[in-house]
Design a protein. Structure first.
Ligand SMILES: *Cc1c(COP(=O)(O)O)cnc(C)c1O
Length: 388
């Protein structure tokens, strides 16, 4: 063999039986081979285990899918390149022209835009209500044939809580699927409900370090088997290296989520007692309008705390500028605490009457609590509130 050839075909280092790496390696390979054509064909027909092409399946992304499904209390999952990718590919996989979708004004803005802009072009209809409008949800599902309900709990930014049992009962009675974007609540929560499919942005708490993007849909083996061909065709695959980073992040997921959630409650309680603040939105507070419901559905109330400043929007922007430990940045679930000031918030994509239903005040500020010492975060908030 000449050098050129040898370099293209380096030796395979196989591990002896009974010897394995403690941390699974990154299968940074697009292609996988079988020894013979017959084995390749058997594998492609599903008669034999094996991998062929990484857009369809890869051992590193497969390991992540299995970890996520177990944590969410379901049978299987598909990962893809972002949370929005998971939402778009799931909706495209489940919907066809003339289907009707129930969604909510409090839902993540790109989800609303997917329905209002993209899927509308393909003839998918939708209705938008408020997530707290239990009677409206019941009326709509009884009167309008609906293919699926997509919702969130807690909602972003003002942490409204969906009555998940009510929604899944009404949806099941009406023959509609339920899709819960469970990103804010996290992978360990809401698994005991009757939700059909969970969607997560892995960019947030799963990876946990603000350095990698990913998304997932999680559900029964049957639901996931039906969705997978569309995910493979739409092509928004998660790179094995990103999957490996997310798998690594997940090792500390529960500890991070719990610590960040505990710190968020501590900060919410501090803010509640402050005279410059009209209202604090945090489901862990007894004064939250749906605290009892949240406590019956959740073990941890999450890491997002928002509040309405009495002095309004300009004071909110000054508050954000005065903070030293909180970065003015999008997203959540990072080790660093983050702030979204009023100037960067609001349901700007919605018509005014729907936007008003979302209940975001001109002085609403959103905090995402990180892994710093909570006492340092409180001290930083205190000096910034004094500065406005
Ligand atoms: C961030 C987020 C998404 C989108 O996730 P990306 O990974 O940024 O695409 C979807 N839903 C919710 C609730 C989110 O917070």
């Amino acid at each position: 063999m000449k050098d050129k050839t040898r370099l293209v075909h380096p030796p395979h280092v196989l591990l002896p039986e009974g010897n394995r790496p403690l941390v699974a390696p990154i299968y940074q390979s697009v292609k996988f081979e079988h020894d013979t054509v017959a084995d390749t064909l058997r594998s492609l027909r599903g008669e034999k285990d094996g991998f062929f092409y990484s857009r369809s399946a890869n051992p590193t992304t497969r390991q992540l899918e299995q970890t996520l499904a177990t944590l969410q209390g379901r049978e299987d999952a598909i990962v893809c390149s972002s949370g929005v990718g998971a939402i778009a590919q799931t909706l495209i996989g489940l919907l066809k022209a003339d289907d009707h979708v129930l969604c909510f004004v409090e839902t993540y803005a790109p989800t609303r835009s997917l329905l209002r802009r993209t899927l509308q072009r393909y003839g998918v209809r939708h209705t938008m209500l408020s997530i707290e409008d239990d009677a409206g949800i019941e009326r709509l599902l009884e009167s309008t044939p609906t293919r699926l309900v997509i919702f969130e709990s807690p909602t972003n930014p003002i942490t409204r809580i969906a009555d998940i049992g009510h929604i899944t009962r009404q949806a099941r009675a009406a023959g509609a699927l339920t899709v819960l974007d469970n990103t804010l609540a996290g992978l360990h929560q809401h698994g005991d409900t009757d939700v059909d499919l969970f969607i997560h942005s892995l960019t947030k708490y799963a990876s946990g370090h603000g350095d990698v993007m990913g998304g997932a849909v999680i559900g029964s083996a049957q639901q996931i088997r039906k969705l997978r061909p569309d995910f493979v065709l739409l092509g928004g695959v998660l790179d094995p290296h990103a999957a490996w980073l997310i798998q690594r992040g997940l090792k500390t997921y529960l500890m991070r989520y719990e610590a960040q959630s505990d710190a968020a409650l501590h900060i919410a309680q501090y803010l509640e007692a402050h005279d410059r603040i009209a209202r604090v939105h945090y489901p862990g507070l007894a004064r939250h309008p749906r605290h009892e419901l949240a406590a019956s559905q959740m073990q941890h109330f999450g890491t997002i705390v928002s509040f309405d400043l009495r002095a309004g929007a300009a004071a909110g922007d000054r508050f954000a500028d005065a903070l030293k430990l909180f970065a003015i940045a999008a997203s959540m679930g990072s080790p660093e605490s983050l702030i979204i000031p009023p100037g960067l918030m609001g349901p700007h994509d919605l018509p005014a009457e729907l936007g008003a239903l979302a209940g975001i005040d001109p002085g609403t500020v959103r905090l995402s609590i990180g892994l710093e010492d909570p006492d340092d975060l409180v001290a930083d908030i205190e000096q910034a509130l004094a500065a406005i």
